[in-house]
Design a protein. Structure first.
Length: 428
């Protein structure tokens, strides 16, 4: 008898839990976040059932809210922290922490820029054989120097450019000595010795290595902070075209560039912007970081795009919505233009991550000119409902009308621009 009652009670509880899971007010309660972050002046809508009431638990005067049967409308009035209490039948059932960030604005980019990166030392991009009088050898490869390694010192002397290497090689070759190389391989430092060999045809001493000390390309400016003069561009890392590895930057420059032509994209073959720039003149800023979220540094002059030249608010990753948006970019000369896109999907991200959005170009003019997203368009700022929400980063190889975007929140984080500053204010 006891066993039957126990099973019956268990069955009733199980059915009750299942019914509760499908109970609409309970589903709405589960969907209500435990914390909300927003900017001063922003509004957040929290869906609820009519049986849930809300009150504030603190004496801070940082939020204001209104509610009806279906939703709570929450407004951030002052920077600081607050707490909402959700009640059911007069009993508190959930607390929601509310973080109000100070009003923050940046200038959108869209300008075409030329990029020149100087590597941290000399980058090894390949091996070759040295034809000596008796054999063909590659001293560098035999010393276990790999493609992607960075030569930082030779015999304790710092190496910054390719021209720094030749005098060491020639002198050591004539003396029949080996050279001590310090190599940066990822996060690891390695030392190895190489003895230069005499090429029988050129009569020059060689290491059997192909090396490079800089890289250049084009991209698009994403944002500029007029207060700190910090900027962000590209939205993705710059990798070496031979090694396919991210370039470790010693320093670099960005310059103004002019788009001269467009190679239109098609399925299986992404298009490309063709641009002209001089790496030795018209420098508008430096490059201090090359990261998965783009390139970053400081500008030495103010920049304008001619369309939106006043600072704009930004959207945090959870505030970005699926639907219409616009991008700013250059497809002809120096003129920044505005084009329609669709944010097909967006992922609210709690931690920095790339590829936070999927985008689709819908503007017939841009589709006619480029076929969609092309190389060189990376970094084009994405604008939605009067806010900067992110940047274009990649094109889908099999569908040039579509690609990925990164949330602006993470580019600002990488640029070390603090958007999370808060000021708690107490009611007097």
């Amino acid at each position: 008898m006891y066993e039957r009652i126990r099973k019956l009670t268990g069955g009733i509880l199980l059915v009750s839990l299942i019914m509760l899971a499908f109970y609409e007010p309970f589903q709405q309660y589960i969907k209500i976040p435990s914390s909300i972050t927003m900017f001063e002046g922003d509004e957040e809508i929290i869906t609820k059932s009519g049986s849930v009431a809300v009150s504030t638990a603190s004496t801070n005067i940082n939020t204001a809210f209104t509610e009806d049967e279906q939703a709570i409308s929450l407004q951030g009035t002052n920077a600081g922290e607050d707490k909402l209490i959700l009640e059911f039948a007069g009993f508190p059932v959930k607390e929601v922490d509310v973080n109000i960030l100070k009003d923050f604005k940046i200038l959108p980019g869209g300008q075409s820029i030329g990029v020149k990166l100087n590597t941290l030392g000399v980058l090894v991009v390949g091996h070759h054989l040295v034809a000596t009088a008796n054999e063909k050898v590659s001293p560098g490869e035999d010393a276990n120097i790999k493609v992607g390694d960075i030569i930082t010192t030779i015999d304790g002397e710092k190496i910054e450019e390719m021209v720094d290497v030749a005098p060491f090689v020639e002198e050591a070759g004539k003396k029949g000595k080996s050279l001590l190389f310090t190599i940066q391989r990822g996060q690891e430092k390695i030392e190895t010795s190489i003895k230069p060999m005499l090429d029988d045809k050129t009569k020059a001493y060689k290491l059997g290595l192909y090396i490079r000390d800089s890289a250049a390309g084009i991209g698009t400016m994403t944002f500029y902070d007029p207060k700190s003069k910090k900027y962000g561009a590209l939205g993705h890392v710059i990798s070496d075209m031979d090694t396919k590895k991210p370039i470790v930057v010693e320093d670099g420059q960005i310059v103004k560039s002019t788009v001269t032509a467009i190679e239109k994209g098609k399925n299986g073959a992404p298009g490309e912007k063709l641009a002209r720039f001089s790496a030795d003149s018209g420098i508008i800023g430096n490059i201090t970081l090359n990261s998965p979220f783009g390139i970053f540094g400081k500008l030495n002059q103010s920049v304008k795009n001619g369309i939106i030249d006043k600072p704009m608010p930004i959207a945090l990753s959870h505030q970005v919505k699926e639907g219409p948006a616009k991008i700013l970019t250059v497809v002809d000369g120096n003129e920044v233009e505005e084009y329609d896109i669709e944010i097909v999907s967006t992922i609210p991200q709690k931690f920095p991550a790339t590829k936070g959005m999927v985008l689709k170009v819908t503007d017939p003019t841009l589709l006619s000119k480029t076929g969609g997203i092309v190389q060189g368009m990376s970094g084009s700022p994405i604008i939605q409902e009067g806010k900067i929400v992110g940047a274009v980063t990649h094109v889908f190889v099999n569908d040039p009308t579509s690609g990925y975007g990164v949330h602006i929140e993470w580019m600002l984080h990488e640029a070390k621009i603090n958007i999370y500053e808060k000021e708690s204010q107490k009611a007097s």
